[in-house]
Write a protein that binds this ligand. Structure first.
Ligand code: NDP
Ligand code: MG
Length: 383
């Protein structure tokens, strides 16, 4: 059956892989969004003919507006962060897929849910910064929250047997370990932006690639898993699986473990979120067990990779702790990508922000944005 999709962040790594899935399944695109890549979104408009497009960066929006002027069947153009929320809320799609990067995706996630849309969520920062608000809105509006992150899709797939799901006792959240697995603090000290951008198994956007190198990504995913699956952080064990073949596993009360495996290709979890609860043939090749010789498992080194330790502290503190950790990380990664701070500074700054306050208690959306702003200011003041 054909589906209509609104895809937020369509020019990114997840966005373009989502369009591969949409193309292969013959789905219709209702809306697209990008931030700055005008040429790329123009190509996507030509191929997928969306009814609406949002460009969040104002200069890029003006360029896109000029490029679309006079075109027959041009999509309606929305602009800025408000335009992104408007696009997420529009009636029309069967599902909204949010693959924006960073806290910039939170408002759109909430608007999609509040408008009654099922939400396929790649933007883990929505749950990390506003998990309480997002999960409450999902409950209130009775929509589906479909994980796109490969580990969370794996866990979700392992929990489809409704009889055994309530007996879940533990989550085994797998991690590739990133490009610096096994290194000491001394070895990490001189790592550059180019070193950190070389991921062994996945080809992803720059921010999440750095997050994989620092293990911040696994910390964010631990928090994401707490919100999605309702287990406390101490029941979520991080397991390094260097080959990225076991995408995560769950353990039940009888100590039986069920895992999901496949080649490391995001188009499997993207497709599952879009076809759920059905499975259909897709574009990803099968895992070849005639050449797969080895699956290894290791313990994550949070003494060296401080971002992971900081995320654990943040989720234990509760309230806005995870939002503060995320804001500090977004700012620190931006500075690292601009060669303004060193690799180890990222963990140092995230940990310092988490240690700077108790963070507990309930919060509003305004509190989330204020906490994000303060965490970023803290980072800039402690370089
Ligand atoms: P990319 O950087 O490749 O893409 C990000 C997308 O968001 C682009 O379309 C970009 O537009 C848009 N964008 C950037 N800044 C803003 C902003 N301020 N407001 C609105 N839109 C913006 O990221 P990824 O695709 O790698 O990651 C997207 C999300 O998915 C992240 O949350 C990440 O953690 C998660 N994820 C990614 C995986 C991967 O394999 N890449 C795996 C699992 C989860 P433009 O291109 O025009 O700048
Ligand atoms: Mg992941």
């Amino acid at each position: 059956m054909s589906k209509k999709i609104t895809l937020l962040g369509s020019t990114g790594s997840i966005g373009t892989q989502s369009l591969d899935v949409i193309r292969a399944q013959g789905y219709e695109v209702y809306g697209l969004s990008a931030h700055s890549h005008v040429e790329k979104i123009l190509q996507q408009i030509e191929e997928f003919h969306p009814k609406y497009v949002c460009m969040t960066d104002p200069d890029a929006a003006a360029k896109l507006d000029a490029a679309l002027a006079g075109r027959a069947n041009a999509p309606k153009l929305l602009t800025g962060p408000e335009g992104l929320k408007e696009l997420a809320a529009l009636d029309g799609p069967d599902v909204v897929l949010n693959s924006v990067v960073g806290i910039a995706g939170l408002g759109a996630s909430l608007c999609a849910i509040e408008s009654g849309h099922d939400l396929a969520l790649a933007n883990k920062e929505s749950l990390v910064t506003g998990g309480h608000l997002v999960t409450q809105a999902v409950e209130k509006h009775g929509v589906q929250l479909l994980p796109v992150d490969s580990e969370h899709s794996a866990i979700f797939q392992c929990l489809q047997d409704k009889e055994s799901a309530p007996s879940l006792t533990k989550i085994l959240l797998t991690a590739s370990g990133g490009p610096f697995f096994g290194m000491t603090t001394e070895q990490l000290r001189g790592k550059t932006r180019a070193d950190a951008l070389k991921h062994p198994n996945w080809n992803m956007g720059a921010k999440i690639t750095i997050d994989s190198a620092t293990l911040m990504n696994k910390g964010l995913e631990l928090i994401e898993a707490v919100w999605l699956f309702g287990l406390p952080p101490e029941k979520i064990q991080i397991v390094v699986q260097r080959q990225s073949i076991v995408h995560s596993a769950v353990q039940f009360s009888d100590n039986s473990i069920i895992a999901q495996l496949g080649v490391p290709d995001m188009r499997i979890p993207i497709q599952y979120a879009l076809t759920y609860p059905k499975r259909v043939p897709g574009v990803v090749p099968e895992l070849d067990f005639t050449t797969l010789k080895l699956l290894t498992f290791d313990v994550a080194d949070e003494k060296t990779f401080r971002c992971l330790a900081a995320c654990k502290k943040a989720i234990r503190k509760g309230g806005l702790g995870p939002c503060a950790a995320n804001g500090a990380n977004e700012e620190a990664v931006k500075l690292f990508l601009e060669d303004k701070i060193g690799f180890l500074d990222i963990g140092r700054l995230v940990e310092a922000v988490v240690d700077s306050d108790s963070f507990g208690g309930d919060y509003t959306l305004a509190d989330v944005y204020e906490c994000d702003r303060m965490a970023r200011a803290f980072v800039r003041a402690h370089l």
